[in-house]
Design a protein around this ligand. Structure first.
Ligand SMILES: NC(=O)c1ccc[n+]([C@@H]2O[C@H](COP(=O)([O-])OP(=O)(O)OC[C@H]3O[C@@H](n4cnc5c(N)ncnc54)[C@H](OP(=O)(O)O)[C@@H]3O)[C@@H](O)[C@H]2O)c1
Length: 351
C-alpha cells in the first residue's frame, strides 16, 4: 500500500472533470488535495470559484496555482487538462517520484504516429510504452504496478465494456464491421463556452457530430484489437444529447455460429463476475442514464434481434464519473494497493 495520508494534485481543476475529481476526492478522508491548478484562475480561491465546494474537505483553504513546478507538491497527480498539456507536464512529475493518472488522450494511443494522425506530434513518446490503459476490468494487474495510467475516454469506456466479453470469447463475426452508436450529454465537451454547446442550441435538439472521424474511434479500435488479437473494423458515430451527464452507447455485432442470448448473457456474467462497477441488467430492463448519474457504474443491457440477426448491447455510464474522474480514482486505488471501490460507493443521483 502507498504512503498514507497521500497528497493529491488536480491539474486542470477548474474544468468539469477536475470538479468531478474534487467531488469524489472529498470522500477520501485519509488523503488530502494539496494542489489545484488553473492558468486562467491562478490566485483565485477554489471555493470562491466553485462555491458548491465550500465547507467540503479542506477546499476552503486551497487556491488555484499555475501548473508549474509541480514536483514534490503531491504524491499522485490527476491531469484533467486538454489534450497536449499532459505530455509536456508528465515527464517532470514522474521524475519527482509521483504517480500520474492522465484523463486526457495524451498517453492512450500506443503508437506516436497514430497519435500524430489524430492529435499532434507527441513530445514524450518515450513514455508511451509504459503508460497503462486504465480500464480496470481489463488491466487491473498492470494498473497496480503502473506509475503512469492513461485514463480511457468516456465513449471508449462505454463501447469497450460493451464488447469485451464477446470479443475475448471469440464469439464475434469480424467479417462484419462492428457498429457503435453513442450519445453523450453536453458536459462531455468540457466547461469552455462554445456556441454549439449553448442552451438554445442544445435543448430540445438532437444531432450527430464528428459523424466521421471522431478521435475516440482509434482508441476503441486499438484496445478492442488487442482483445481480438488482430486489427478490427468499427464504425463509431457520436451524438449530442440535451442532458448534462450521461452516455448511452448501442453496439451491434453479428455472432459466429448461432449462440443463444442466454449463452451470451452467461459470457457477460462470468466476464464481469468480479467487476464491482459493471452491472448486467436483467432481460426486460433497459439501461438508462439516470441509473448511473454521479456513479462509477457502467450498466449493460443485452439483446438479440432475430429480425436482423444482430446482437445489440446497450451500455450506459456517467461521462464525468465512470467516463473520467470516477474511473481515474479507481485507478489510483489500484495503484495504491487499495480496493478498487475505495471512496467510490456513490449511488445514483436519482431522481
Ligand atoms: N468532460 C468529460 O466528460 C470527459 C470525459 C473523459 C475525459 N475527459 C478529458 O479530461 C480532460 C479535461 O476535460 P474537461 O471536460 O474537464 O475540460 P474543461 O472543462 O475544458 O477543463 C480543462 C481544464 O484544464 C485546464 N487546462 C486546459 N489547457 C491546459 C494547459 N495547456 N495546461 C494546463 N492546464 C490546462 C483548464 O484550466 P486553465 O485553462 O485555466 O488552465 C481547465 O481547468 C480533457 O482532456 C478531456 O478530454 C473529459
Amino acid at each position: 500500500m502507498g504512503v498514507r495520508p497521500m497528497r493529491i494534485g488536480v491539474i486542470g481543476a477548474s474544468g468539469y472533470a477536475g470538479l468531478e475529481l474534487l467531488r469524489i476526492l472529498a470522500g477520501r478522508q485519509d488523503d488530502e488535495v494539496t494542489v489545484v491548478t488553473s492558468r486562467q484562475e491562478a490566485g483565485q480561491g477554489l471555493t470562491v470559484f466553485f462555491p458548491a465546494l465550500s465547507k467540503v474537505a479542506n477546499y476552503d483553504s486551497l487556491a488555484f496555482s499555475e501548473p508549474t513546478d509541480l514536483g514534490g507538491k503531491a504524491d499522485a497527480f490527476f491531469l484533467a487538462t486538454q489534450h497536449g498539456a499532459a505530455m509536456s507536464l508528465v515527464p517532470d512529475i514522474l521524475a519527482s517520484g509521483a504517480k500520474v493518472i492522465d484523463l486526457s488522450a495524451d498517453f492512450r494511443l500506443n503508437d506516436p504516429l497514430n497519435f500524430k494522425k489524430w492529435y499532434a506530434e507527441h513530445t514524450a513518446p518515450h513514455l508511451l510504452p509504459e503508460a497503462v490503459y486504465g480500464l480496470p476490468e481489463l488491466n487491473a494487474e498492470k494498473i497496480k504496478t503502473a506509475r503512469l495510467v492513461a485514463n480511457p475516454g468516456c465513449y471508449p469506456t462505454s463501447v469497450i465494456l460493451a464488447l469485451a466479453p464477446v470479443i475475448k470469447a471469440k464469439v464475434v463475426d469480424f467479417t462484419q464491421t462492428l457498429i457503435a452508436d453513442s450519445k453523450s450529454g453536453v458536459t462531455g465537451a468540457g466547461r469552455g463556452a462554445l456556441l454549439s454547446n449553448s442552451f438554445c442550441e442544445v435543448q430540445d435538439n438532437f444531432k450527430s457530430y464528428k459523424t466521421v472521424g471522431h478521435r475516440h474511434a482509434p482508441e476503441m479500435i486499438q484496445e478492442l484489437g488487442k482483445l481480438a488479437g488482430f486489427a478490427i473494423r468499427l464504425a463509431f458515430t457520436p451524438h449530442l444529447l440535451p442532458i448534462n451527464r450521461g452516455i448511452l452507447s448501442t453496439v451491434y455485432f453479428r455472432a459466429l455460429g448461432q449462440p443463444s442470448l442466454e449463452y451470451v448473457r452467461e459470457l457477460y456474467r462470468s466476464f464481469y463476475d468480479r467487476a464491482p462497477f459493471v452491472r448486467i441488467r436483467p432481460a426486460g430492463y433497459d439501461p438508462q442514464t439516470a441509473d448511473v448519474r454521479g456513479t462509477n457504474f457502467c450498466d449493460l443491457g443485452l439483446y438479440y434481434d432475430s429480425e436482423s440477426g444482430l446482437f445489440k448491447i446497450v451500455s450506459v455510464l456517467d461521462n464525468l464519473c465512470r467516463g473520467a474522474a470516477g474511473q481515474a480514482v479507481a485507478n489510483l486505488n489500484l495503484m495504491e494497493g487499495l480496493p478498487e471501490t475505495h471512496g467510490l460507493a456513490l449511488p445514483a443521483l436519482r431522481p
